[in-house]
Design a protein around this ligand. Sequence first.
Ligand SMILES: [Zn+2]
Length: 63
Amino acid sequence: MSRSRRHSHMRVARRRALQKAAVPHLVPCPKCKTPRLPHRLCPTCGTYAGRQVVRQEERKRAS
Ligand SMILES: [Zn+2]
């Protein structure tokens, strides 16, 4: 590849750093409306795909 040296390492590193700092994609939780990552368990209400995944009992046992 004759074009591989067109940019300095610093220039490429700076561009990649900008991409990584991009705002994450968020979707509102269908249950509590809190913005969360798609296809992830909701950290607020413990629900994923309309199902309660984290038991509410575990929260009560904190004390
Ligand atoms: Zn939620």
